[in-house]
Design a protein around this ligand. Structure first.
Ligand SMILES: Cc1ncc(COP(=O)(O)O)c(C=O)c1O
Length: 958
């Protein structure tokens, strides 16, 4: 490679952690002579790709950013007055720099290991408190994917509450007020049909609810911006035993009577406008708040308060968060990845502004809206909303003509119909903007001048006293302390310091693929050309985005060996759901709608069966053999048994056991022979890219986790993107959207925005562009090399569960810790917690096999880091040996007492049977880079028995 080519390929060497010398040493430790030998021992020849992927060659980081600037210029950032759930907002720079653009926040994993996650747990608890306070409902979760899916989750929760026996649905109807956002309706339609919910659309003022209904949804303020009084409607609904969901707006709720006080059972919506850029549709955190009676069934993650081993207050994910995985096909929601990073941003925004700041922002917007309404009225344009917060519905003669005039002045309005225009104002709207809008309307009636008089003290006559908020909110000190930039910066840092992220050490979570999230991939996400676009902006203003999305979809289709891709689903689990919907629609179109059985191997991720049930399918579990492979005989028998109704197989490949099963082609053939389609869970795609592909293996559809294989960071539990890639027969059934009119589809939307979490697609796009065809294949090869190197080092000490027929692992492997339970009383959890004392996040704990750790190092780690991690596990092995040999006590030992906090180690009193040094600095490298867990071992049971999921009164912290 000459020096020019070298520059083009520089990113590969930065993304892949291993250099040439290290590679040779690692290959020799594994016992193979070159990388190709390892790969051919690992991946069955029959499914190997023999040619290069049709993806362009690599470009340098600098070249990429320069090229991207040109594409970005094709996006036009107009003032957006479109509204409909998406509003421009000002991300405070202190939050932009210290949270959104900070790897200390965005590279974290979901806080399953509470002892090294207290920072983001605290921030998510703040988010829950914010939502709970503003909605006046006691229980809130730490985010859902978007407003549309949150509405669907609310509908599903209420449906399951009322129709516990699904074979005898007594109340199948759900009422949808016609004035909710169009995209929310679209997602509700998608979600309702497969599970037998009957949707009834109408006007809330005229509907007669009865016992056939289980729930209803209204929007507050509604999609035209009108504030309506739902009290009577809710009272009538409750009288008929019907529960009510209110889709609402957190900023508006600083001024409006909150849903809880109106009697609503659930409040949902988007917290986007609290400092999270529109980003052409996402990612944003949706919120979900409800009454206490639903605390065990609320979907998504809930952060709750508990105590640690020292009896100190601490936080952790509450009961049902963990139950989602255990309940599998009995789960009522498939939410796994959510929108943690964006919830954290919204929480920080609320903390920075405080109740008064938020109220002032809301008042300013509302006064501007009132002024605009009055001035338009002077010009002869009537605002049809008697009461409103930020949105006007203006009667016009020719809406299209005014929208055109607006576009000439670089502003977008909402086209309601030929005679009505919607104008939504936001935090960024200035007095000058109001005058500019007036100019557009004036010009439409041939008036040249326009002006407006502003009164900062104007009474908000646009909000009726009956709907005016009187109750306080955000009274907790955290929302009343950090208002200066220094305070805010330090609070963010204070929390960040408690959390182990990729900027501390490797996070080898099997199945989660915690690879490098490169700065060059992430930087453009903050560029205004990408961050400030409204998802429903006209296509001629979003050409840059559309070009990137089309290109990315093509790359993903090539990589997976399929015909087409949809990037709409905004998590892996949503991808599973969307993929199954395509299969369902395909069978229905062929007159085989009775095909509803899905075979799922026992080793599958919990979201697989949960998604299948959401797609209206029946789950039949198939067995695995002793080697961890799918039991082909059992699978064949079940395919045969259900051949008349077989819809699909859901299979993860390589398996969740980290093995490329030899029988995969036979398995896919069996399903096809029995009339089913094969859905491949692409969570392990990092072991496939460039070497094999789901299409080649024989699958019909797969989902990808762009937040695993394609470098999108995990954000402490989200965002994510879960595209689906499909074979030609499924292309007509890719998700549609009310706002994509140029593409026809046979199914409705699965996400609120047409292109899902569009802004972070840039990250995966950059990953592919900068690695190029060779780099993305090398990434896979090195991921496999790193896993096998670690396996080679660790198998001298630990039993490794499951390998391929040549004794190699794929990109991950499972360490079996079960034997130590008998010999030393040590469990997998003890090892996971002890790893924290060594400065590491535990690998995946007890998935897919209880009592094990699943290690996935990824290609991005260097050999020294891999060695430190192996040294840590070997150190722990020796500690277990000492217990087995009776040299250390079975109860009072470094593992059972792990993790050791600074408080414990530095306490005046030390009563343990081992030294402080052994506790906190077990190996020399730890001294150079000590990461202190901020709490002792969390007590999960205590927290589950005493569920508290909002900030407690300040005395509790004492
Ligand atoms: C095998 C597998 N399938 C599906 C998922 C679900 O993906 P997501 O968390 O993005 O919803 C995961 C998540 O870790 C997984 O490991």
């Amino acid at each position: 490679m000459n020096i020019f080519e070298q520059q083009k390929n520089e990113f590969s060497e930065r993304h892949i952690g291993i250099n040439k010398e290290e590679k040779e040493a690692m290959l020799s430790a594994i016992g193979v002579s070159n990388l190709e030998e390892l790969i051919s021992k690992t991946i069955p020849d029959a499914i190997r790709i023999k040619t290069d992927l049709e993806v362009p060659a690599a470009i340098s980081e600098f070249e990429y950013l320069s090229e991207l600037k040109k594409v970005a210029a094709k996006n036009k950032v107009f003032k957006s007055y479109i509204g409909q759930g998406y509003y421009d907002t000002i991300t405070p720079s202190v939050i932009l720099r210290n949270v959104f653009e900070n790897p200390g926040w965005y590279t974290q994993y979901t806080p399953y290991q509470a002892e090294i996650s207290q920072g983001r747990l605290e921030s998510l608890l703040n988010y829950q408190t914010l939502v709970s306070d503003l909605t006046a409902l006691p229980i809130a979760n730490a985010s859902l994917l978007d407003e549309g899916t949150a509405a669907a989750e609310a509908m599903a929760m209420l449906f399951n509450h009322k129709n516990k026996d699904h074979d005898h649905i007594t109340a199948p109807k759900f009422f949808i007020d016609e004035k909710i956002f169009a995209q929310t309706k679209d997602v509700l339609v998608t979600r309702a049909e497969p599970i037998g919910i009957e949707l009834v659309f109408g006007d809330f003022k005229h509907v007669a609810l009865n016992e056939d209904y289980f729930g209803a949804i209204v929007q507050y303020p509604d999609n035209d911006g009108a504030i309506r009084d739902y009290r009577e409607f809710i009272t009538n609904a409750h009288a008929a035993n019907v529960m009510v969901v209110m889709a609402t707006d957190l900023l508006a709720l600083t001024l409006l009577t909150p849903p809880g006080e109106l009697g609503a059972d659930v409040a949902i919506g988007s917290s986007q406008r609290l400092g999270v850029p529109m980003g052409f549709g996402g990612p944003h955190a949706a919120f979900f708040a409800t009454k206490d009676e639903f605390k065990r069934t609320i979907p998504g993650r809930i952060i709750g308060v508990s105590i640690d081993a020292q009896g100190n207050r601490c936080l952790r994910m509450a009961l049902q968060t963990r139950e989602q995985h255990i309940r599998r096909e009995k789960a009522t929601s498939n939410i796994c990845t959510a929108q943690a990073l964006l919830s954290n941003m919204a929480a920080m925004y609320a903390i920075y502004h405080g109740a008064e700041g938020l109220t002032n922002i809301a008042k300013r917007i509302s006064i501007l809206a009132q002024t605009l309404s009055d001035e338009l009225n002077e010009l002869g344009f009537n605002n049809l909303n008697e009461y409103y917060f930020d949105t006007l519905k203006i009667g016009v003669h020719d809406a299209a003509a005014i929208i055109k005039l607006g576009a000439l002045q670089e502003m977008n309005f909402h086209f309601i119909d030929e005679k009505h225009i919607g104008i939504s104002l936001d935090e960024t709207t200035s007095q000058n903007n109001i005058v500019d809008i007036l100019h557009v309307f004036a010009r439409s009636i041939n008036i040249d001048t326009a002006s407006a008089g502003f009164d900062a003290d104007a009474l908000l006559e646009n909000i009726p006293s009956s709907s005016t908020r009187t109750s306080g909110f955000l009274l907790h000190p955290v929302f009343n302390t950090h208002h200066s930039e220094n305070q805010m910066m330090r609070y963010i840092k204070f929390l960040e310091n408690k959390d182990l992220s990729l900027n501390t050490s490797m996070i080898s979570l099997g199945s989660c693929t915690m690879k490098l999230n490169a700065a060059t991939e992430l930087i453009p996400v903050s560029w205004p050309e990408f961050s400030r676009l409204h998802p429903f902006a006209p296509a001629d203003q979003t050409q840059g985005y559309l070009e990137i999305i089309t290109e990315l979809e093509n790359y993903l289709s090539k990589i997976t060996g399929f015909a087409a891709t949809s990037i709409q689903p905004n998590s892996g689990a949503q991808g599973e759901y969307a993929g199954l919907l395509t299969i369902r629609a395909y069978h229905t179109a062929r007159g085989e709608s009775h095909r509803n059985v899905v075979l799922i191997p026992i080793s599958a991720h919990g979201t697989n069966p949960a998604s299948a049930v959401m797609a209206g399918m029946k789950v039949v579990v198939t067995r695995c053999d002793d080697a961890g492979n799918i039991d082909v005989a059992d699978l064949k028998a079940k395919a045969e048994e259900h051949k008349n109704d077989l819809a699909a197989l859901m299979v993860t490949y390589p398996s969740t056991h980290g093995v490329f099963e030899e029988s995969i082609i036979e398995i896919c053939n069996t399903i096809h022979e029995h009339g089913g389609q094969v859905f491949m869970d692409g969570a392990n795609m990092n072991a496939q890219v460039g070497l094999t592909s789901p299409g080649m293996i024989g699958a019909d559809v797969c989902h990808l986790n762009l937040h695993k294989t394609f470098a999108i960071p995990h954000g402490g539990g989200g965002p994510g993107v879960g595209p689906i890639c499909v074979a030609s027969q499924l292309v007509p059934y890719l998700p549609g959207h009310v706002n994509i009119t140029n593409k026809t589809s046979n199914i409705h939307a699965v996400s609120a925005a047409p292109y899902g979490s569009a802004s972070i697609l840039l990250i995966s796009y950059a990953y592919i562009k900068m690695l190029g065809t060779n780099g993305i294949r090398s990434a896979t090869e090195y991921a496999i090399l790193n896993a096998n190197y670690m396996k080679a080092r660790l198998e001298k000490y630990y039993k490794i569960l499951y390998t391929g027929k040549n004794g190699t692992a794929a990109h991950e492997f499972i360490v079996d810790l079960r034997p130590f339970k008998n010999t030393a009383g040590i469990e997998a959890e003890d090892v996971a917690k002890r790893l924290m004392d060594y400065g590491f996040h535990a690998p995946t704990l007890s998935f897919p096999v209880a009592g094990t750790l699943m290690i996935e190092p990824t290609e991005s780690e260097d050999k020294a880091e891999l060695d430190r991690f192996c040294d840590a596990l070997i150190g722990i092995y020796n500690e277990i040996k000492a217990i087995e040999e009776g040299k250390e006590d079975k109860k009072d030992n470094v593992l059972k007492n792990a993790p050791h906090t600074q408080h414990v180690v530095c306490a005046d009193e030390w009563t343990k049977s081992y030294s402080r040094t052994v506790a906190a600095f077990p190996l020399p490298y730890v001294k150079e880079n000590k990461f202190w867990p901020s709490i002792s071992r969390v007590n999960n049971t205590y927290g589950d028995r005493n569920l508290i999921c909002t900030c407690e009164p300040i005395e509790a912290y004492a």
